[in-house]
Design a protein around this ligand. Structure first.
Ligand code: PLP
Ligand code: COI
Length: 342
């Protein structure tokens, strides 16, 4: 199969329309068979529930070309399960895991010409999402839904690739206590738009959100979880009921313990502990692991000892091992890799 003529090495994290996308509709209490379509546009009523009351959730995962030329995805079963949790939280129907996985296979296979080649630094980002599509004017859930999935080739999420980031402690909360922070609801991102725009205008790459209840503990950023490394080499990551359970973070915790024999703690992390950390990183499908070099807390600068020019050594090992597993250079734990094309 011929690849598209794309400058893979210079892709940013943007949308490029590919050839096929998947659609399935839930109506009268059941999913239809679903399948691939050509049209990238959606027509809906002006009063669609998603437009009026933001009844929508999404996922994000990637397809990779491995060193030996296979096209694979990384733990898509966990994306299927997290979408189910998000849908339960937003009164949307649950999509069976098998249907989700079949949609991933179909979308990636049909757009194989857009899967970036091994070693290009780019990947195919896959965006599954579900929304309430029928008209609703009183505040209540829709009763007709669409599940869709498209894909787009992407480069690094943060400009500058793996250059350490500068982030700021946010004054705005991302999620309410006992709210929707632990599901991938579109509304969590809508509320972060003003804050990320303001952060960028002021020269910061991201916002560090604190726990909404006490504003003393580190939660996550707008699009990634945190991993820290203490000065004694322990990997620590925030435990909270209002952050998204990142698949990348859960995988890195496993990699740290089982591949790198590091000590890992998942616990509450107080903002006052940040000055004692040796390394910090943002982890997620889009972010992979993006190192943090500086955290600014209302004028006070916390400069991580790992510095502003490269990743810290532990973060680098985690990055190399995770991407090695994803690209087929390092043997993956059972069930982590789904082969789509040999
Ligand atoms: N936290 C937020 C708010 C996110 O949007 C994401 C991205 O999906 C993550 C964390 C990372 O999750 P994952 O590693 O499953 O992509
Ligand atoms: C992802 O990493 O898949 C996300 O959904 C994060 C988003 C900010 C792009």
């Amino acid at each position: 199969m011929d690849k598209k003529n794309i400058d893979w090495g210079n892709l940013g994290f943007g949308y490029m329309q590919t050839d096929k996308r998947y659609v399935s509709t839930w109506k009268d209490g059941a999913w239809d068979e679903g399948g691939l379509v050509d049209d990238a546009n959606i027509t809906m009523n002006e009063c669609a529930c998603v437009l009026q009351y933001a009844q929508t959730a999404f996922e994000g995962l990637k397809a990779y070309t491995t060193e030996d030329g296979k096209i694979v995805t990384f733990r898509p079963d966990l994306n299927a399960q997290r979408l189910q949790d998000s849908c339960r939280g937003l009164c949307m129907p649950v999509l069976p895991e098998e249907k989700f996985l079949d949609a991933v296979d179909q979308v990636v296979s049909a757009n194989a010409a857009y899967v970036p080649p091994f070693g290009s630094g780019a990947t195919l980002y896959i965006r599954p999402y579900m929304f309430g599509i029928n008209s609703v004017i009183g505040v209540k859930p829709a009763d007709e839904f669409q599940f869709r999935m498209f894909c787009t080739p992407v480069g690094p999420y943060f400009k500058g690739g793996v250059k350490p980031l500068t982030i700021r402690v946010s004054d705005v909360d991302r999620a309410a206590p006992h709210g929707t922070g632990n599901i991938k609801a579109g509304l969590n991102y809508a509320m972060s738009l003003r804050n990320i725009t303001d952060a960028h205008e002021k020269g910061f790459d991201e916002n560090m959100y604190l726990d909404p209840q006490t504003r003393t503990k580190v939660e996550e950023t707008g699009g990634a979880n945190f991993l820290f490394v203490t000065k004694d080499g322990t990997v620590v990551t925030p435990k909270s009921g209002s952050i998204l359970p990142s698949i990348t973070r859960r995988s890195l915790v496993y990699v740290a313990e089982h591949y790198l024999s590091l000590k890992v703690e998942e616990r509450e992390i107080y903002k006052t502990e940040l000055k004692d950390m040796a390394e910090a990183g943002l982890c997620g499908t889009a972010a992979v692991i993006s190192p943090v070099g500086k955290i600014v807390d209302h004028g006070e600068e916390i400069c991580l000892p790992s510095g502003m020019s490269a990743m810290g050594p532990v973060t680098q090992k985690l990055y190399d091992t995770l991407t090695g597993i994803q690209m087929g250079r390092i043997e993956a734990p059972e069930g982590w890799i789904r082969v789509i094309a040999d």
